[in-house]
Every structure is written in structure tokens, then in C-alpha cells.
Design a protein around this ligand. Structure first.
Ligand SMILES: *Cc1c(COP(=O)(O)O)cnc(C)c1O
Length: 399
């Protein structure tokens, strides 16, 4: 079948909840993707940072197929021989005390919300059903009813109410606004270190440290959504390290499986997860042995291949090079590590046509928040490949 036939079937039978670039990919390896016609592209989205280790990483592939031949799912009604090893390795790597595995990132967010609410009632003495969680304007934490209910993005909410109460939103990057919104019923502060979907918005240095201090002073759990920024993307294992802090709960997903499988987790640094008793929470697939085997190898690849340092080094180089392009179309270039955003000037309009031009040049990326081009290639990218991409980006952004 040709591209247009695949596209026609998708459009005819599928719900229209995405508007993808019209490229039908059939193969991937490292940073490279190939479409059904045999055209090659560099992946500059990396599935929103889920493929930090590169497409079809041979070691993760082997871990997955080896495990798939032995055991894939028991449910948590029984134990399995991968779960404990996964716990040990991820807790040791991330210096966490406890972990709760789920599947999608959204579920990790929901899990943290449940944990922090229960903690609020049991430990902080908040009256039943009165717990409040503070979130940030322009956030992205997923798509469930509860989560879109506290989104400030009109389209995410429109038509989907009524929503879950108990959330208050404050401007992102404004620690004073956060502190002013705190009440005796505030149990948690849920925030992204960098707002990825929100347009790669990087808060001022020290913002997270200030929020950490405020959380400590008011007895509030700090929940960092590192589903996109975590696991090397910003040049540190976690973006929180740029501010020298530790969250009470850190949410990971996406690259936890190197793109092979939906795996997420809540990591807790102070026994927040201790609130859960048998029956309080669960998931049929959460913590299954296949997921655990894949996650274990994905974390090892991240460390063994020095991908975090690479993201730091090449990210700095990429940021400088993008700034040096001096494009007449660009308002700002920003980001950390290999999570970069290029915001176009208002008069230039949508970034979408530029993504389409880049596709024509063999580079796949996606606009975010209409006017921002997000560049987040797999962390296995080489300097030479980056230079190759920069040439093409220059061609499109400096016409
Ligand atoms: C992708 C993402 C999520 C949701 O993860 P899913 O796996 O799509 O459910 C939540 N938070 C952030 C910051 C994300 O980037």
C-alpha cells in the first residue's frame, strides 16, 4: 500500500482526535525513521521524549523479546520475579524510597493526586473531601476528566465537563502567586519543571527551589511531573537537579520504556506512597513483568551510554547554534538539554507550515502551542547528525 492509502483508511475509520503530519512511518532505528516509500527522516520529536534511547534500541528490544518469551502478565494478584528488581534499580538510581508503577503518564499523575489527597486527610488533618491541589496555568498533565478539568487550555476542557473539584491554578513561574494561593486545605503542588506541551516554557532559575521552600514551610507535597523532562532529556537525570531540589513525588513515564511499551511510575521521596493500603489503588497491567524488564533495560541504556551527559553537551551546542541562525522569523529560542523550543514571531503565524517544510527536508518535528517548533531528538543523536539537521533547519527558518 502507498502512503495515501494508509492515510485514507486512518482518516475514514479513526476518530479525528489528531492531525498528524502526513508521513507514514514503517521503520525506525536510532534517530532515523523511514516511511513506506523508503524516504528517510531524522526524528526531532522522539515521540514527545518517549524515545530518548533511540528507536528500536537493540538492548531494549532483546530485553523485551527475552521477557516476552518467559512471562508477560500475572496481574498484581500474584508476584513476579521482575517487579522487585525493577523497584530496586529505579529506587537506587533515582534515590527514591518507594515506587508505584502504572502504564500511561496520565495514570501516574492520577495516582499522585490520589496519594497526596489521602496523605492530606490522614497526616495533615485536612477535613474530608476538602483537599486542594495547586497547579499551574498552561500545564499539561494528561487527558483524563480530572486532569483536563484543571487545564487552562480551553480546547482540552470544552465539551467535557463537569470536572473534578479541588484544584486551583496559578501562573507558572511565579512563586509568590503560588504561596498566595495556599490555604490550610492545600495538600499538594503539581508542576512541570519545564512546560513542554505548553510551548517549552522554562521558568526563571531558582523558581523550583523557591517553590520547594514554600512547600516545606507550609507542609505541602511537591509533585514534579517529569514525564517529559525526566530521564535525561534536559541534561540531568531529572530537571529538578538544575535547581538542586528533590520533589516529594516525581512522575516518570515516556522514556522509562525507551518507546517500547507504556510504562509510568510515581517515585516518592518521603513515604507519600505509604498511604496506599491493599485495595486502595491498582492497575491490571501496572508493574507487569514485561514492563519491568523493558524499564530496567531502558534505564541501564540511559546510564551505560552516557545519554544524560550527551543531552547536556549537545543541547548547549544546539541551543547556541539555533540562536546563531539569527532567523528573521524567530522571536525566541529556549530550552534545556535536548528539549528546545523555537518560538516564531506573532506576525509569522502558525509553526505548522514550517514543520511541513522541515518534513520536506527530512526532519520530523511538531508544532506546540501553534507558534512554537519543538526540537527534542532522541538523546543518541551525534554531533554530525545535529549539524546535518541544523543546515536543514537554517534552510527553512532563513529562507
Ligand atoms: C506526555 C505527558 C503526560 C501524559 O502522559 P501519557 O503517557 O500521554 O498519558 C503527562 N505529563 C507530561 C508533562 C507529559 O509530557
Amino acid at each position: 500500500m502507498e502512503s495515501r492509502q494508509f492515510i485514507e483508511v486512518e482518516d475514514r475509520l479513526g476518530a479525528y482526535n489528531y492531525k498528524p503530519l502526513d508521513v507514514v512511518i514503517s521503520k525506525g532505528r536510532g534517530i532515523w525513521l523511514e516511511d513506506v516509500a523508503g524516504n528517510r527522516y531524522m526524528d526531532f520529536l522522539a515521540a514527545y521524549s518517549a524515545v530518548n534511547q533511540g528507536h528500536c534500541h537493540p538492548r531494549i528490544l532483546k530485553a523485551m523479546t527475552d521477557q516476552a518469551k518467559r512471562l508477560t502478565l500475572t496481574s498484581r494478584a500474584f508476584r513476579n520475579d521482575q517487579l522487585g528488581q525493577f523497584y530496586e534499580e529505579i529506587c537506587s538510581l533515582t534515590k527514591s524510597h518507594k515506587v508505584l508503577p502504572m502504564n500511561s503518564g496520565t495514570e501516574a499523575v492520577e495516582t499522585a493526586i490520589k496519594a497526596v489527597r489521602k496523605w492530606g486527610y490522614e497526616s495533615k488533618g485536612v477535613p474530608r473531601d476538602q483537599a486542594e491541589i495547586i497547579v499551574c496555568d498552561n500545564n499539561f498533565h494528561g487527558r483524563t476528566i480530572t486532569i483536563v478539568g484543571f487545564s487552562s487550555e480551553e480546547q482540552y476542557r470544552d465539551g467535557f465537563g463537569p470536572f473534578t473539584p479541588g484544584f486551583v491554578s496559578v501562573p507558572f513561574g511565579d512563586a509568590e502567586a503560588f504561596e498566595a494561593a495556599i490555604t490550610p486545605n492545600t495538600v499538594g503542588f503539581l508542576v512541570e519543571p519545564i512546560q513542554g506541551e505548553g510551548g517549552v516554557i522554562v521558568p526563571a532559575e531558582g523558581y523550583l527551589a523557591q517553590c520547594r521552600e514554600i512547600c516545606d514551610r507550609h507542609g505541602i507535597m511537591m509533585i514534579l511531573d517529569e514525564i517529559q523532562t525526566g530521564l535525561g532529556r534536559t541534561g540531568k537525570l531529572f530537571a529538578e537537579e538544575h535547581d538542586g531540589i528533590e520533589a516529594d513525588a516525581t512522575l516518570v513515564g515516556k522514556a522509562l520504556s525507551g518507546g517500547f511499551y507504556p510504562i509510568s511510575a510515581v517515585l516518592s521521596n518521603n513515604e507519600l506512597l505509604g498511604v496506599f493500603m491493599p485495595g486502595d489503588h491498582g492497575s491490571t497491567f501496572g508493574g507487569n513483568p514485561l514492563a519491568c524488564a523493558v524499564a530496567r533495560e531502558s534505564l541501564k541504556v540511559l546510564m551505560d551510554e552516557g545519554l544524560i551527559g550527551r543531552a547536556h553537551e549537545l543541547g548547549d551546542y544546539f541551543l547556541k547554534s539555533l540562536k546563531n541562525l539569527d532567523s528573521p522569523l524567530v522571536k525566541e529560542v529556549r530550552g534545556k538539554g535536548l528539549l528546545l523550543g523555537v518560538e516564531l514571531l506573532e506576525e509569522v503565524g502558525s509553526a505548522r507550515p514550517y514543520c511541513e517544510s522541515l518534513m520536506g527536508e527530512g526532519i520530523l518535528c511538531k508544532e506546540t502551542h501553534d507558534s512554537v517548533l519543538r526540537f527534542s531528538p532522541p538523546l543518541v543523536i551525534s554531533r554530525q547528525e545535529l549539524d546535518q539537521a541544523l543546515e536543514k533547519i537554517a534552510k527553512v527558518l532563513r529562507p
